[in-house]
Ligand binder design. Sequence first.
Ligand SMILES: Nc1ncnc2c1ncn2[C@@H]1O[C@H](COP(=O)(O)OP(=O)(O)OP(=O)(O)O)[C@@H](O)[C@H]1O
Ligand SMILES: [Mg+2]
Length: 197
Amino acid sequence: MTTKNIVRHTGQATLRDREQFCRQKPHTLWFTGLSGSGKSTLSFALERRMLDRGKACYVLDGDNVRHGLNRDLGFSPRDRAENIRRIAEVARLMNDAGLVVMCAFISPFRKDREMARSIIGPEYFTEIYLDAGLDVCEERDPKGLYEKARAGVIPGFTGVSAPYEWPEHPSLTLDTGRMSIGECLESQDELILFTRV
Ligand SMILES: Nc1ncnc2c1ncn2[C@@H]1O[C@H](COP(=O)(O)OP(=O)(O)OP(=O)(O)O)[C@@H](O)[C@H]1O
Ligand SMILES: [Mg+2]
């Protein structure tokens, strides 16, 4: 698809204007990790904490987005890449609107997370690796997905029958298998500081 005849229209308000309006610096916190590592739990808990501190923020969550925007996508490497591309574009728009965004996606491939970083812009992007270990995640199995994956009902399941490429240089790594939810939230507090104007 070409964008040859499409000309960008510049509005009358700048990002700086929107930052001042929202009284915060927009940012994307990108949570990556195995299913059950705690991406949704921590993203939504952080959203609550940020709202309580007067931050305008929103969670883009893997499961939720696949019910709507990305309902046409499956779990092949190609569809996973398209899933991440669309999410990154949405996060970029939300950042441009002035919001802080938490993205909770397994996002198992390094190249897809790097694509997200480059779409969103490295200065707005912070990668958080939830490193819980497959044994812990499988033991938790909050949605019963590992059981189905082991039984062969779900093909291409990350950690079981599809790879997870751990981040090489995440800004923050949390061992959610050892730390409590409260401890994880406390160690994310400094991330909230990124959003100060
Ligand atoms: N320190 C912790 N941080 C996050 N979750 C934790 C922690 N300790 C225990 N848990 C539990 O682990 C489970 C994590 O499940 P959650 O649905 O958040 O994972 P997820 O990464 O979003 O998985 P999926 O990729 O399938 O959406 C929850 O039941 C949560 O209560
Ligand atoms: Mg989740």
